[in-house]
Ligand binder design. Structure first.
Ligand SMILES: Nc1ncnc2c1ncn2[C@@H]1O[C@H](COP(=O)(O)OP(=O)(O)OP(=O)(O)O)[C@@H](O)[C@H]1O
Length: 292
């Protein structure tokens, strides 16, 4: 399901969340990156049909999201995993999924049971399918969230900050699960965690202050920091030019990784950038550093 957005604005009272967003998404797994308050959740909620767009055009497949009927049609065809999915702690995942399936109009009890069973297997919750969700970990809850979103086999899956708060192993398992779902459907993943995008997405967009400041391949975003990523070790003061991405203290001093247009010190060496470096370089270009 392709997504085409042009000139999208959205405000909440005096707060402008989106200021003229243009974005095209075509199949596969697509990452949406941005800092706190950049507008990711607002954009995702508009795409999921939860809130209406303000000004601009939003088309999902053949549906026009500026109309109520367009939003309703898309809601039936997509799976949405919001940041905070409300749970019923006294229900088991099987009961919860059965309930959501009923809400989604899966009336045939046999087909519903079969689909719920298959999804519990897919997300790795079959062993705890009958246990109350009250004691579930963050990762288990998110698996339930994905399973409920996949009921009805949607062509578009929208997932908002799925790995926030998960431990590293669970995060890796979870993003691998998401990547596996992107075969025939479009999976839109919003996150602050650059590494999750680096490991799962071919294409990405970066939002800052309600605007898309980058859209294209992950590789090209990484290249944004080519020639401006430096490494240096010093026992003295930290580098003052550019942005320090990492600082690791060792026996011979502290090793800094720095994004800077100019070589931050005579003994700094130029190194190959990662996606995180590319993201920092992009942000540096668009959002000027605060005055010292
Ligand atoms: N319902 C709302 N009422 C008022 N302001 C809102 C509402 N929803 C979002 N905003 C504001 O719009 C801006 C964008 O918020 P949004 O939640 O879309 O950003 P985000 O990129 O998802 O941030 P985060 O990563 O912190 O979740 C923020 O300034 C936020 O306070």
């Amino acid at each position: 399901m392709d997504i085409a957005i042009t000139g999208l604005h959205r405000s909440f009272g005096r707060v402008t969340a989106l200021r003229g967003v243009d974005l095209t998404v075509r199949g596969g797994m697509f990452g949406l990156l941005g800092g706190n308050g950049a507008g990711k959740t607002t954009l995702m909620r508009i795409m999921a049909g939860v809130i209406a767009p303000g000004r601009g055009q939003v088309r999902i497949g053949e549906h026009d999201m500026t109309t109520r009927s367009g939003r309703r049609n898309v809601q039936r065809r997509l799976g949405y995993v919001p940041q905070d999915l409300g749970f019923y702690p006294d229900l088991s995942p099987r009961e919860f999924l059965d309930y959501v399936a009923l809400l989604k109009g899966l009336d045939d009890a046999t087909a519903r049971r079969r689909q719920v069973g298959e999804l519990l297997d897919l997300v790795g919750l079959a062993d705890v399918a009958g246990r109350r969700m009250k004691g579930f970990s963050g990762g288990m809850r998110r698996r339930v969230g994905i399973a409920q979103a996949l009921l009805g086999d949607p062509a578009l899956l929208i997932v908002d900050e799925p790995t926030a708060g998960l431990d590293p192993q669970e995060r890796i398992r979870f993003r691998t699960l998401l990547a596996g779902l992107a075969g025939e459907r479009t999976v839109l993943l919003s996150t602050h965690i650059v590494e999750d995008i680096a490991q799962t997405c071919h294409d990405t967009a970066v939002l800052a202050a309600g605007r898309v400041i980058y859209t294209g391949s992950v590789t090209d975003l990484t290249r944004t920091a080519e020639g401006t990523t430096w490494q240096m070790t010093t026992t003295g003061a930290p580098p003052t030019d550019g942005v320090v991405v990492s600082a690791v203290t060792r026996e011979g001093g502290t090793q800094y990784r720095v994004i800077s247009q100019a070589r931050p010190s005579p003994d700094a060496t130029s190194v190959a950038p990662t996606l995180e470096d590319g993201y920092v370089a992009l942000m540096q270009r668009h959002i000027p550093a605060p005055a010292a």
